[in-house]
Ligand binder design. Structure first.
Ligand SMILES: Nc1nc2c(ncn2[C@@H]2O[C@H](COP(=O)(O)OP(=O)(O)OP(=O)(O)O)[C@@H](O)[C@H]2O)c(=O)[nH]1
Ligand SMILES: [Zn+2]
Length: 206
């Protein structure tokens, strides 16, 4: 049983993206989150009217989400998730778990190591970290506080779904994100598929 979290503030924030996409949104903040971090929930579309909300649990990636780094697929996944959730109705949880939980500076250290030949997971270990240090307790607390115990989850990461289920979230459907492959992130995407079973179809188009 996870400890209950409370809602601190709900505030409307219209979103406007560089490519012209706009949508109304509501940003929600919380009290009592397990790790004490400032995680956000973004309500999109008809959140109250939908039977089962579409939810993306997105891990912070400053380089990809903010600066458009092509070394990963986080920025396009975030943009895609906002639009798909706005169409369906649901929540985007923006979790402050930069670098799969190791932090921004350590992620950049890991990038430097990857440029010497290590893959993304081996680079974490060379720095004394686990492959993935994320914990989704706060996400489960947020969903409970939002009154969303049952969700359709937008992810390619089976471990994310398994952890949420273990925390009591009823994950009904696993919806894959699109494939956002570039020359710069292909090695990273292959490592995710081969090492952690992400469901990303990297078969070259015929
Ligand atoms: N340590 C480390 N973190 C990275 C690296 N590249 C991206 N990240 C972080 O990885 C997190 C995103 O995780 P991913 O493994 O790309 O995707 P996921 O969240 O597991 O799965 P999806 O739900 O399918 O997106 C973000 O916090 C990024 O900052 C890297 O090379 N090293
Ligand atoms: Zn990223």
């Amino acid at each position: 049983m996870i400890a209950p979290a409370g809602i601190r503030t709900r505030v409307p924030v219209p979103l406007r993206f560089g490519d012209g996409f706009t949508t109304p949104a509501e940003i929600v903040t919380f009290t009592g989150l397990a790790d004490g971090k400032e995680h956000l929930a973004i309500g999109l579309g008809d959140v109250t009217g939908v039977d089962v909300p579409l939810v993306r649990v997105h891990s912070e990636c400053m380089t990809g989400d903010v600066f458009g780094s092509a070394r990963c697929d986080c920025g396009p996944q975030l943009r895609e998730a906002v639009e798909r959730i706005a169409e369906h109705g649901g929540w985007l949880l923006y979790l402050r778990q930069e670098g799969r939980g190791i932090g921004l500076y350590a992620k950049l250290d890991a990038y430097a190591l990857q440029d010497t030949g290590l893959d993304t997971y081996a680079a974490n270990r060379a720095l004394g970290h686990a492959d993935d240090e994320r914990d989704y307790t706060a996400a489960a607390q947020m969903l409970a506080a939002l009154g969303a115990p049952r969700v359709d989850l937008l992810t390619n990461n089976p471990d994310k779904a398994a952890q949420l289920r273990d925390l009591g979230v009823d994950v009904r459907v696993l919806a894959r994100t699109g494939v956002h492959a570039t020359e710069a992130n292909l090695r990273y995407l292959h490592a995710k598929v081969e090492r952690t079973g992400h469901t990303i179809d990297l078969t070259p188009a015929a």
